[in-house]
Design a protein around this ligand. Structure first.
Ligand code: M6R
Length: 603
């Protein structure tokens, strides 16, 4: 979603830093981009609808020693040049991530006060408030504080003002950080990646805090004006520069990275391939012992990982449920003691998940963040942190983060079970042995790519597709459908196979390709019957199965899945490949599908 970068440097122009930062943030998804530089008498704003490459073209001869940049993912107002940020009003230019919920009311008040609006955005009210405060004689920081105090909703704001070589900022609910190169360069950004290789230390701005950076340093205060503590941390340098290498798309690269990513995650969390509760950090053993119930909170693909984990936890007798974060935050559990709330998120910044975690925490739960981005908001706020260790994921479609999350959720399941003394040593050894095989089994699953390409030719010609499965393969059916629709724009539905005859079966005819998931487990006879019901109605079946599935004349691809627990991780691979190759045939923008963003920082 929207991205922010700002820079102040004494000795040089900041255009390259801003453009480089915006390019790094492109993967998050956006539809317009802009820059603003401080001049003596005005601010110079340049913006485009479309890509940062276009912005680079039109800003070739513009630069300054203080400036801000933004990539906008439209929420209020069309994704065109005039709604792009930074928004210039009077003597200021302002960029905003988040949503200002009381914008309509503020717009009415400001219009009554004679202000004229030029965009359809919710953000313009903040630019007017800031400009008015400066016109009233406030200094820049006070003007930003007064502006922030009037806003309801979620925001990260950065702004520049004519004749003032500093950047004012404010945060409530949307990520924002400051950075320094330890010399005379100070920066702000919505994501550490934007300052990769530029800043050496970072300060994560807390909610309801405001500040000012200039080449002289940084001032940080609360929105009430109290001086705030500055907690600087080293910014890991060279956080990898992510290159496509031999691949056509990041999604393809990330699918093929899964065996190595999982091997690295296993090495990190199970050194010597042993399950040690101490590895989870101080107090984890007693926390896990006390845990009576688990609620796993997530969105999208991460929610599907959460759903799969509930089958594992229940298998070991641990009461649990998975909750969609955007629903949970408005209908939380009445939490009793002993509840562990696990937030699962690739980005660690998803607004709904972050907020639902806060809801659970304030109701008394202990929180665990299972995230892929180490310094994300969820990582910083949770009581316990588990890293997915998948490496940077650029493609909007989550792939390796999904299987990495599942790996960690399985390890967490074992840890909880072990702490409660209900994990038999043989079962622990058996599950760990399955886990050790995982990278190898994933490599094998990738080998069916050619057959999947053949399937994809059929799917690319369809208007609609179905995915069906049972038990842990039901959430996987949901995931297969989500993957296909988000990058190929084909309507797709995932369905619990037993539910088919309660409605979805009516959709089945020979034009709808149907993926059946039929692993070798105790439910194989049941899913085989469900698939037979589909075949009897002319449904065109494409089945991913183990060795035992037997339905003559059915297009079947065989997978070696290594046992019940690992099966959904292995079956995920061909589903990702199917979505990828279908989208490839349709010629869509695979890494940046329309209307979507990698990191969803608005509600
Ligand atoms: O960063 P998160 O894991 O919290 O993101 C949640 C969803 O937005 C994300 O999984 C989304 O559904 C993906 N685009 C799916 O591929």
């Amino acid at each position: 979603m929207c991205g922010i970068v700002g820079a102040c440097r004494a000795d040089n122009g900041v255009r390259q830093i801003l453009l480089r930062g915006l390019t790094t943030l492109e993967y998050r998804g956006y539809d317009s981009a802009g820059l603003a530089f401080v001049g003596d008498k005005n601010v110079q704003r340049l913006a485009v609808a479309g890509r940062v490459a276009k912005l680079r073209q039109i800003t070739k001869i513009t630069d300054g020693s203080t400036g801000i940049g933004h990539t906008r993912w439209a929420t209020h107002g069309a994704p065109d040049e005039h709604n792009a940020h930074p928004i210039a009003v009077g003597q200021v230019a302002l960029a905003h991530n988040g949503i200002i919920e009381n914008h309509a009311e503020l717009r009415r008040e400001l219009t009554d006060a004679g202000r004229v609006f030029h965009t359809d955005t919710d953000s313009e009210v903040a630019a007017h408030l800031l400009d008015m405060a400066l016109a009233d004689g406030d200094d820049f920081l006070t003007a930003m504080r007064r502006t922030a105090a009037k806003l309801h909703g979620a925001y990260a704001l950065v702004a520049v003002a004519a004749g003032n070589n500093s950047i004012a900022f404010a945060r409530d609910g949307s990520p924002l950080m400051a950075g320094t190169d330890n010399k005379n360069g100070f920066f702000v950004a919505s994501d550490a990646q934007a300052l990769n290789g530029i800043a050496h230390r970072a300060l994560y701005v807390e909610d309801r805090h405001c500040g000012l950076i200039s080449t002289a340093g940084i001032t940080l205060v609360t929105t009430d004006g109290e001086t705030a503590a500055q907690n600087w941390q080293p910014l890991p340098s060279g956080s990898e520069t992510v290159l496509l290498g031999e691949h056509r798309h990041f999604m393809e690269k990330e699918i093929f990275e899964q065996p190595d990513a999982i091997a690295a995650a296993l090495q990190h969390h199970l050194p010597k391939h042993q399950l040690s509760l101490r590895h989870f950090g101080n107090g984890a053993t007693s926390l896990f012992k006390r845990t009576r119930q688990v609620v796993i909170i997530a969105c999208g693909t991460s929610y599907h990982a959460a759903l799969i984990a509930t089958y594992w936890l229940r298998n070991f007798g641990i009461p649990c449920r998975a909750a969609i974060a955007s629903e949970y935050r408005y209908c939380p559990d009445k939490l009793a003691a002993g509840v562990l709330a696990v937030g699962v998120s690739q980005s660690g910044e998803t607004a709904d998940t972050l907020s639902a975690m806060r809801t659970a925490k304030s109701a008394g739960a202990t929180t665990v963040a299972l995230v892929n981005v180490p310094h994300s908001a969820m990582a910083r706020e949770a009581d316990l942190l588990m890293l997915a260790c998948a490496g940077t994921e650029i493609g909007v479609a989550a792939t390796k983060s999904f299987t990495a999350q599942l790996t960690q959720l399985l390890i967490l399941t074992l840890a909880l079970t072990k702490a409660r003394n209900v994990l038999a040593p043989a079962q622990e050894e058996d599950t760990l042995m399955q886990l050790r095989q995982l990278p190898y089994l994933m490599r094998r699953a990738l080998l069916i790519e050619d057959d999947i390409r053949r399937w994809a030719r059929v799917f690319a010609g369809a208007d609609s597709a179905l995915f069906i499965g049972r038990h842990t393969h039901y959430p996987l059916a949901l995931e297969g459908a989500l993957k296909l629709k988000e990058i190929s724009y084909i309507h797709a539905e995932g369905c619990a196979a037993g539910e088919l005859k309660h409605g979805t079966l009516a959709l089945v005819d020979k034009r709808v390709p149907i993926v059946g998931l039929a692993p070798d487990n105790e439910l194989l006879p049941k899913i085989t019957s469900n698939l037979a019901e589909v075949a009897a109605r002319d449904g065109r079946l494409f089945v991913l199965a183990g060795e035992k599935f037997d339905m003559p004349a059915t297009d079947t691809l065989r997978l070696q899945d290594g046992g019940n627990f690992l099966s959904p991780l292995i079956y995920a691979v061909p589903l990702q490949l199917l979505a990828y190759h279908t989208a490839l045939q349709k010629g869509t923008d695979i890494d940046k599908p329309r209307n979507l963003a990698k990191s969803v920082t608005v509600e």
